[in-house]
Design a binder for this molecule. Structure first.
Ligand code: CTP
Length: 151
């Protein structure tokens, strides 16, 4: 079968090996679908040796912060981040779910102090597969679906 060719980018970030169907969620969570952003490409359901099917997100002119990489790790733990400069992959790394998640996730407990005071949210990763985290402040545990809804 012919390989699907997706346009190469000159400068920016390619998020590869995203589980099939999760690419749009990555775009949504990183708020990349904004009118003033650069070129954004989504390839969905592409053949991949390792995953069977995968999504790829390419963002021209953007480099990710550590917080953004951590968000991707929670949505798409298998993802690879490629930093492209002058059409070449200058750097490549696998995302990794950190042991502690600070600042990027809201606690699902409406009474949690982190939702009311000027407190930076903090969670401990209890399990990576399936994904499960525990709030440092109220000890509420959250699983994948709730986590994705509170990023
Ligand atoms: N890419 C791109 N624009 C470039 C260079 C690379 O969009 N100028 C994309 C490729 O299409 C690919 C990803 O960046 O989706 C990684 O590129 P590369 O490391 O060359 O591909 P692989 O060796 O297939 O990557 P891996 O081993 O991580 O699967």
């Amino acid at each position: 079968m012919a390989e699907l060719k997706v346009t190469a980018i000159r400068e920016g970030t390619v998020i590869d090996h995203i589980p099939a169907g999760k690419g749009l969620k990555v775009i949504e969570i990183l708020r990349l679908n904004r009118p003033n952003g650069g070129v954004l490409l989504l390839a969905s359901n592409v053949h991949s040796g390792k995953l069977g099917r995968k999504d790829i997100v390419k963002i021209e002119g953007k480099f990710l912060s550590e917080e953004e990489v951590n968000k991707i790790a929670l949505i798409a733990p298998s993802a690879t981040v490629n930093i492209v400069r002058d059409y070449k992959v200058a750097e490549k790394f696998k995302v990794e779910i950190p042991d502690e998640i600070t600042g990027i996730l809201r606690c699902a407990n409406p009474n949690c102090v982190s939702n009311h005071e000027y407190t930076v949210s903090k969670f401990y990763v209890v399990s990576r597969e399936p994904l499960k985290v525990r709030c440092h402040y109220c000890e509420r545990t959250m699983e994948e679906e709730e986590i994705l809804g509170n990023l």
